[in-house]
Structure formats: C-alpha cells, structure tokens
Write a protein that binds this ligand. Structure first.
Ligand code: ATP
Ligand code: MG
Length: 261
C-alpha cells in the first residue's frame, strides 16, 4: 500500500527547504515481525525534524538506521542526494559517522568518567587534536550548551537537565552536520523540558545542524519542528506541523487523540 503522506514545504514563504536525508521504501523485520513495511520520508536540511510515534513504532530503529548503526532489509536512505547509507561498506560507514552526532535515549553518558572526559571521548577517538586543543573545543561547546563548573563531576552528580546538556555537548563536540537525538525530553519535569527545548532550538539556529529528534512530546514537537514524521503501522506520515493540524487521516487523529496544539 502506498503510504499516505502529508506533504508540505515548511521553509520561509515561497522557499522549499531542501531535503538533507531522503528515506525511501524502508522495510525491516525483527524475526517474523514487520517493524517497517514501507517507510518513506524526508528530513529537512538545517532544520529540526521530529519523529513521533507510539512506543514500539520504530523511532529508535529509524534513528539507528540514519546513524548507520542498523541496516534495513530493503529500501534506500540517501544523504545529500547521492550517499545511500544502505549500501556503504565499513570504512565508508566510519567516514559518514564522523559527520553525525548522536544523543542516545537516556543520555548514555559513561558513569565512571567525568563530564569533561565524556565530552572529550569523541575527539580523543576521532580527531588529531592534542589535549590543549581538545580542552579549548570543549570549553566552546560547554559554553554553547550552558554547562559551567561541572567538568570534574560524574554524570550521577548531575541533575536530569544537566545530563541532557552534557549528552548534547558530547554529541556536538565534533561539529556534526547531522544530530540524532533519541528522547531528549524523557524523564524531565515540564520546566526542564522547556529549557532543553530552547537549547535545541538555539543550537539548531546557531550551528545550522540538521536535527532528527525522536520524541513522545507532542507540545514541544509542535513548537520546534520544521517537519514531523509520524510512524504508524510500519509507515511514515510526514509534513510540516500545520499539515498535521489540518489533516483528517484517522491514524493521525488516533495518535494525537485530541492533543494537537
Ligand atoms: N534488539 C531488538 N531485538 C528485537 N526486537 C527489537 C529490538 N530492538 C527493538 N525491537 C522491536 O522493534 C520495535 C521498534 O522498537 P523501537 O525501539 O525502535 O521503538 P520506539 O518507537 O523507539 O519505542 P519507544 O517509544 O518505547 O522508545 C519494537 O517492537 C521493539 O520491540
Ligand atoms: Mg525509542
């Protein structure tokens, strides 16, 4: 079945924002169980793209595919029109991942390492920078996410909001073109959700990075997304937030259950 799509441009008036990552016809089974039957959608360059969907709908799975951590059974994921992630060899995957920052579900900071060392890890592993240069980069990225005076703390000593900042800093430290964030608002109180949300919007505007965020948080999605991709029944419905507000697809109605803002 052709996935019904809510297509709409969401850039400034008259300008269609270019698609940075085009996903076409993904199929993916876990054992006998189909997770993706036919997922097609586009993620807009330098904008905030939010993947919504019920628990188990495949948001993390799709993010993992965009990060080249998981390959679909079939279909294509084209970055910048030509690089098909589903066809890359291991050295090409490594090269691609250098341009991608990832903030995993739960933050996934290493508990035994200080906040500074957590953030330094990607640079120590993937860059030729020496320790003084690394420290400079980290100062810069910590400033940009509002982290101060926490270098020597362990992740367990941080509040939930600070942990998200530290995870974001670690994801941004290599200056990625694409930032994948899995549930950046989970476990946060409403005020901290607003803080992390403004931080993501601010980082997106200042750094011009293409963000793909998996989230359950409908209100923040409608405030910050340039494009929404809703995963339902193994397919994707995608478009600008307004297209979802105006849409009468029963699957959209069912997911939002009157929660559209
Ligand atoms: N390693 C795995 N082995 C088998 N099945 C898996 C595995 N990882 C995920 N799944 C299944 O794939 C489906 C999609 O999972 P996924 O984690 O992508 O959903 P999600 O939308 O991110 O859910 P949540 O909102 O709870 O984070 C689920 O049904 C899940 O049970
Ligand atoms: Mg998930």
């Amino acid at each position: 079945m052709e996935p019904s799509k809510i297509e709409s441009s969401s850039g400034p008036a008259g300008v269609v924002s270019p698609v940075h990552i085009e996903v076409e016809g993904l199929r993916f089974n876990r054992g006998e169980r189909p997770i993706f039957r036919d997922v097609s959608c586009g993620f807009l360059r330098d904008r905030i793209n939010v993947i919504l969907g019920g628990s188990g709908s495949g948001k993390t799975t799709l993010l993992r595919m965009l990060g080249c951590l998981l390959r679909p059974d079939s279909g294509a994921i084209r970055v910048d029109d030509d690089l098909d992630l589903t066809r890359l060899g291991s050295s090409e995957i490594k090269a691609y991942r250098r341009h991608v920052g990832m903030m995993f579900q739960g933050g996934a900071l290493l508990d035994s390492m200080s906040v500074f060392d957590n953030a330094a890890l990607p640079l120590r592993e993937h860059s030729p920078l020496d320790e003084a240069e690394i420290a400079r980069e980290i100062r810069h990225v910590f400033d940009s996410v509002g982290l101060d005076g926490v270098d020597d703390l362990l992740p367990a000593e941080l509040s939930g909001g600070m942990k998200k900042r530290a995870a974001l800093a670690r994801a941004l430290v290599t200056a990625p073109d694409i930032l994948l964030c899995d549930e950046p608002f989970s476990g946060l109180d409403p005020a901290t959700v607003r803080l992390v949300e403004s931080l993501l919007v601010d980082v997106n505007e200042r750094l011009g990075v293409t963000m793909v965020i998996a989230s359950h948080h409908v209100a923040s999605t409608f405030r910050m997304a340039g494009r929404i991709v809703l995963l339902v029944e193994g397919e994707a419905l995608s478009g600008a937030p307004d297209a979802f507000r105006d849409h009468a697809d029963p699957r959209v109605e069912e997911f939002f259950a009157g929660d559209l803002v």
